[in-house]
Design a protein around this ligand. Structure first.
Ligand code: 5GP
Ligand code: ZN
Length: 139
């Protein structure tokens, strides 16, 4: 399904041009228009899903294989010593385009990419109850 007025639907289905490094029946992999590093790429499913929770399971299980394939090609090309693969769901998590996509970010020693968080103290007092709560919510 394609959603009207969705920029990634238009890109994934060729209505809007992009720099595509890989394509198959289900995905297009393109260069990010505002890359965080050289080769920053996006894996975009051709069928619209707002985020991971809406993504069809058949597409979801193929997505990481495409990510591995594209990351390997980028690594071979760029000779980058590291690669981040990440994916944002919801504005609070930094998602700005509401069409599921995976970022592949080539990394170099001392580059300008900043993916970090503060490490909080693990709370052993509440961990058992928390684990039980989450387990009951995983199908
Ligand atoms: P998000 O913040 O939703 O995880 O990532 C959206 C990404 O899409 C951003 O890195 C942004 O630079 C990229 N982007 C937004 N619009 C376009 C576009 O029209 N073409 C391409 N190639 N990338 C885009
Ligand atoms: Zn879309």
């Amino acid at each position: 399904m394609i959603k009207d007025d969705c920029i990634f639907c238009k890109i994934a289905n060729g209505e809007i041009p992009s720099y595509s490094i890989f394509e198959d029946d289900n995905f297009k992999v393109i260069l990010d228009i505002e890359p965080s590093s050289k080769g920053h790429s996006l894996i975009i499913p051709k069928a619209h899903a707002d985020n991971l929770f809406e993504l069809d399971n058949n597409v979801a299980e193929k997505a990481l294989i495409v990510a591995k394939k594209a990351a390997a090609g980028l690594k071979k090309t760029l000779k980058c010593p590291g690669i981040n693969i990440l994916q944002n769901n919801g504005a609070a998590a930094g998602q700005t385009v509401n069409h599921y996509h995976i970022h592949i970010i080539p990394r170099y020693d001392n580059d300008n990419v900043n993916i970090s968080w503060m490490h909080e103290t693990f709370n052993k007092d509440t961990a058992d109850a928390f684990v039980n709560d989450v387990k009951s919510n995983i199908d």
